[in-house]
Each structure stands twice: as structure tokens, then as C-alpha cells.
Design a protein around this ligand. Structure first.
Ligand SMILES: [Zn+2]
Length: 282
């Protein structure tokens, strides 16, 4: 087996890929045609929840396992972009979620972590744009295997000791009666900087619209940190009113001074943003 061949999608992934294919075919033909002239390098491809929800089981898949659902959708969307000769890299942004997902920033507590919710929010401040190593690429000098490790934002990069293919080969060689001296050195690999994938991100502090008393930004207001990626970076300004669709995550205290500090804060991992409030009056 060639080391570059990715593993075959399992049954659930195949079902998702098929559902996304018919979804884009049925709903997005005009979007692809209209996109022909864009020169952006990343394109947020907007999909209405109402359409997604009623197409096969895509709505259910999105709500129960968002990352798998979006990964399959992105594979199909990239195929479509390539078929239509569109140069940007597409990112799926689902918008217009039901009011059943409605929540208030001020009400968020630890028990809400992992929930996917919809908030009205005002931008308090934004950080500078940053990049992070989302996928680290490695190449083995012994067996020429190339692979990718998915990293986590603001966590230590995975520590790799051995090439997985060399290890697999070593077991097969030993099983076939080979000697230890014949084995390749599984530590003879390195990071392939050219194939590393960096994603643009930005931190944005948001607050609940109920704290908005006048036209001025309140000075002292509780905020929650939201993480934006890709085409959303550097798009929003303090004072802007938004509808934010996000998964509630947890993070370390930004000011922690010892490494095993158990205190955590909530943060919003933003999936999509709509301009203006959807519940409060602007
Ligand atoms: Zn190897």
C-alpha cells in the first residue's frame, strides 16, 4: 500500500459525503456560478440552516457531530470548487439557526460547555490576527511515509517519537522472523515545514447586549472570549452588533501563573457570524 493513500471513509462518512453531494447539487448551483469572479484566497460559503436541516440527515449530523459533518461537507465543497474552477479555499458557514439554539452570554455557565448555541453579542475588543499550526506535517526518511497530525489551539504540539508506518513494518518484519538489526530506525523522521498548515485566528471579546445602555461602549462589562478563524479575521470592530453561532468551550485562565492551575473560563468557538442582532433590537 502506498503510504500516501488516505484511509477509506467508513460507512457513516460515505453516507455524509453522499448527502452533501446531493445537497450542493440541489441548493448551490447558482452560488458556484456567481462566485466565478472572486479573488479572495478563503471563501466563507454560506448555507442556511433551514435548507441543511431538511436535507437527508445533515441537520442531525451537524448537531450531533459538527466537526465530522463539516469535514465531509468541506471535501465535497472543495470538489465542487475545483469542478467550477474556483480558486479560493472554501469554508462552510451555516447561518440562520433556529431560536431553539438561542442563549444569552450572561447566562453561560460551565454546564453549557460543548453546547452549540446562538447569541446576540456586541464586540468589546479584538486581538491582533494570529496564526496557529492546525495540522503538522511529517515525513519519514526511512520508509518515505508522509502523514499529518491534527493539533489543538493553544495546547502543546503533539510529541511524536516514531514513524507509525515504520512501527507497523517493524512488527510485520519481526512476525516474519526478521531480526532486530534489520529494522528501520522509526525515529528517523522530521516535520515537513512546507506542508504544515497554519490557520488565521483572532480572539474577540464579546458582551451581552443587555449591558448596552447608551451608544458608548461600556467601560467595565463582563466579556467572553470568542475565537474566530479564516475569513472572519479582522472583519469586526468594537461596538459592532452580531449574531454569533458557536460551540461553548473551556480554556485556561489567560493570567494563570502555574501550569496545573485548575481554574477554567468559558470561551466561544465560533462557527459562523451574522451581522446585526437576531433577537434584540439594533
Ligand atoms: Zn517510516
Amino acid at each position: 500500500m502506498s503510504p500516501r493513500v488516505p484511509t477509506e471513509p467508513n460507512q457513516e462518512e460515505q453516507r455524509l459525503l453522499a448527502a452533501w453531494r446531493t445537497f450542493f447539487e440541489a441548493n448551490c448551483k447558482a452560488d458556484f456560478a456567481a462566485l466565478a469572479s472572486t479573488e479572495d484566497s478563503v471563501w466563507g460559503f454560506e448555507i442556511q440552516w433551514e435548507q441543511l436541516e431538511k436535507h437527508e440527515d445533515l441537520g442531525l449530523a451537524f448537531m450531533s457531530n459538527m466537526s465530522t459533518c463539516l469535514a465531509s461537507g468541506t471535501i465535497v465543497l472543495e470538489e465542487q470548487f475545483s469542478l467550477h474552477n474556483l480558486s479560493p479555499r472554501p469554508v462552510i458557514r451555516v447561518l440562520g439557526f433556529s431560536e431553539l439554539n438561542r442563549y444569552h452570554i450572561a447566562d453561560l455557565r460551565m454546564r453549557d460547555r460543548t453546547r452549540f448555541l446562538r447569541f446576540d453579542a456586541v464586540v468589546h475588543s479584538t486581538s491582533r490576527a494570529m496564526g496557529w499550526l492546525k495540522r503538522a506535517a511529517y515525513a519519514c526518511r526511512e520508509c518515505k511515509h508522509e502523514w499529518v497530525e491534527h493539533e489543538q489551539l493553544a495546547r502543546a504540539r503533539k510529541k511524536l517519537e516514531t514513524c507509525p508506518m515504520c512501527l507497523k513494518n517493524a512488527i510485520a518484519i519481526l512476525d516474519a522472523g526478521g531480526k532486530r538489526e534489520d529494522l528501520p530506525d522509526p525515529r528517523n523522521f522530521s516535520m515537513d515545514l512546507e506542508r504544515n498548515y497554519y490557520e488565521d485566528v483572532q480572539y474577540m471579546e464579546l458582551f451581552d447586549p443587555t449591558s448596552l445602555q447608551s451608544d458608548d461602549l461600556p467601560e467595565d462589562v463582563p466579556t467572553i472570549m470568542a475565537i474566530l478563524s479564516e475569513e472572519y479575521v479582522n472583519q469586526f470592530q468594537p461596538g459592532q452588533c452580531l449574531t454569533v453561532n458557536a460551540t461553548v468551550g473551556i480554556d485556561h485562565l489567560p493570567s494563570r501563573d502555574y501550569i496545573r492551575d485548575t481554574r477554567r473560563i468559558l470561551r466561544l468557538d465560533v462557527h459562523s457570524i451574522e451581522e446585526g442582532f437576531s433577537l434584540h433590537e439594533d
